[in-house]
Design a protein around this ligand. Structure first.
Ligand code: C2O
Length: 555
């Protein structure tokens, strides 16, 4: 296989958006960061050099890191951070991977600006038929006038939340609906009649998004780097950490209008203040033969009204309907390997919680309390050392334990629960879920809707999984498994657990190592909506974690 090498310099760069200039953390001075494009089966080496004073790490989101957990990236889970002035080379291969993924920083809230597309060209032709004129990354992000790491620090100090950005962005551009942002608008040229592959990536910190293009439909062909049965939709729903490939045909008469708005806005049903702002860009019809036949300016009026197909902020019906249309391709070439039987079912709640404020402090959370979050009432704390390294070296220490509860402490029940008084006894610590190599697992993720009615995007490192079932209300172990899809369930690395409901996922734990599992809303990760899965080594040497690289940072 070919080895592709990249150099990432993590450095500050002055960037202006919304008439606000600030030092922004970047890779190689780019915002969004550089695209990594490789081919299925390649070896990849990215040398990350930290040119700033604080720590950093990079995560290759959706790359399984089979036996190479040392290259996965989450700080204090698989590695100690790369300190200022140091370098670390992430080495891994992309065998059995194809499609659109992303990379991002995995230290504090650095992901806000340290992110980019990770594209793997497939060995085989695309399983969908369309001559593709061009491939276009569409990366959603957030612009914060404040330094995002500082926002996190302050939020953790005061227990405050939720925090919202100044703007959503398309490829780093907020677009004309924000103040002082007209010139920072993303515009994509298209040739009438041609078809484009949009590689849509949600790299936003906390925004689950709808996305639509006026007058155009989108045909979904891939999610999280895995092919789907194609279906056509007027809009998509995409959570932070998810990627979606869609086909777009420029099928409007070129003289109908030169420009069509595209936009993304939040999906959230929270009772707390929310960000209902909209980032907008444009599709510009143009022709190759007469490139300057039409004026290249934006239309004078940027109205959302032409985007009748963009769902409203609380449109749970659209979010649910969209998710239920997703199916694995499940073809002879790309079979669906969902486990038909399981070795173990784990049920975990995912919850926001309130805690009493420490005596000598004032808390700005809710009702004088501070926010936290948990899974099975365990609020995850990352120790200041690498869990993977301790696990590999068999170090026993007091920093973590192997007793993550396999079910909630008390059976969760939506009925008769007062979210402000019930089930708030969160424990803080680092409890790991340890499973033998090769276990077929089912994990039922039960949202509790405490404090916010939110669709939590739960992301797994190290494994993709199949979403075999979803539903609203309480998961019923006697009924719900009978309705699972074990034929062509969607496979992905990040599942949006339905607001006020649950999702059941299945996968084979065949990747030895320590794997972070967390809500991809950065705020919730900070609050502890996370855990780590330890997959033990298998009996054969080829089923064991490889030894750590020599340049692995130490704490
Ligand atoms: Cu994309 Cu642990 O995250």
């Amino acid at each position: 296989p070919t080895t592709r090498r990249f150099q990432f310099n993590v450095q500050w760069k002055k960037v202006t958006r919304l008439c606000h200039t600030k030092p922004l953390l970047t890779v190689n001075g780019k915002y969004p960061g550089p695209t990594i494009a490789v081919h299925e089966g390649d070896n990849v080496e990215v040398k990350v050099t930290n040119l700033i004073a604080t720590n950093t790490t990079i995560h290759w989101h959706g790359i399984r890191q089979l036996r190479t957990g040392w290259a996965d990236g989450p700080a204090y889970v698989t590695q100690c951070p790369i300190r200022g002035g140091q370098s670390y080379t992430y080495k891994f291969s992309v065998v059995d991977h194809r499609g659109t993924l992303l990379w991002h920083a995995h230290y504090s809230w650095q992901r806000v600006s340290v992110h980019g597309a990770f594209i793997i060209y497939p060995r085989m032709p695309y399983p969908f038929k369309a001559p593709i004129q061009d491939e276009v990354p569409i990366i959603f992000g957030e612009w914060w006038n404040e330094d995002a790491e500082e926002v996190e620090r302050e939020m953790m100090r005061t227990g405050d939340g939720p925090k919202i950005s100044e703007a959503y962005t398309i490829n780093g551009m907020p677009g004309p609906l924000y103040p002082c942002s007209n010139k920072d608008t993303f515009i994509q040229n298209v040739v009438p009649g041609k078809t484009y592959l949009l590689r849509i990536i949600n790299a936003a910190l906390n925004g689950e998004l709808f996305f639509a293009i006026a007058n155009h439909t989108l045909t979904v062909v891939e999610i999280d780097g895995l092919y789907t049965k194609p279906f056509t939709t007027t809009a998509i729903m995409i959570t932070p950490g998810q990627t979606t490939n869609v086909l777009l045909t420029a099928d409007q008469a070129p003289d109908y209008s030169a420009m069509f708005p595209m936009a993304a806005n939040t999906y959230v049903t929270s009772i707390f203040p929310f960000d209902n702002s909209t980032t907008m860009g444009f599709l510009r019809y143009t022709t190759i033969t007469t490139p300057r036949a039409k004026p290249l300016n934006r239309p004078a009026v940027y109205s959302l009204s032409s985007l009748y197909n963009l769902p409203q902020m609380k449109d749970t019906a659209f979010a649910t309907g969209f998710s239920s249309k997703l199916r694995s391709l499940a073809s002879a070439q790309y079979p669906c390997n969902v486990p038909k039987t399981i070795d173990k079912r784990i049920v975990t709640t995912i919850s926001l919680n309130l805690q009493d404020c420490p005596a000598n402090q004032t808390c700005k959370g809710y009702n004088g309390k501070r926010f936290f979050a948990s899974m099975n009432n365990q609020s995850f704390i990352r120790p200041f050392e690498s869990i993977l390294e301790s696990h590999y070296k068999n170090l026993t220490n007091h920093l973590f334990s192997s007793d993550f509860p396999e079910k909630p402490p008390t059976t969760f029940n939506y009925t008769g629960v007062n979210p402000f008084t019930s089930n708030m006894n969160t424990q803080f610590g680092t409890k790991l879920l340890v499973v033998p190599y090769g276990s077929s697992l089912e994990i039922v993720i039960q949202g509790t809707s405490f404090l916010s009615v939110e669709n939590h995007p739960i992301h797994f490192h190290g494994h993709n999984f199949f979403i075999v079932g979803r539903g609203f209300g309480n998961f019923d172990v006697n009924k719900d498994p009978q309705n699972y899809n074990l034929v062509d369930p969607p496979e992905r690395n990040t599942v949006g657990v339905p607001t006020g409901g649950w999702a059941a996922i299945r996968f084979k734990a065949d990747n030895p190592g320590v794997w972070f599992i967390h809500c991809h809303l950065e705020e919730h990760t900070s609050w502890g909506l996370a855990m780590a899965l330890v997959v033990q080594n298998g009996p054969n040497p080829s089923q064991c974690l490889l030894p750590p690289p020599a340049d692995l940072p130490s704490c």
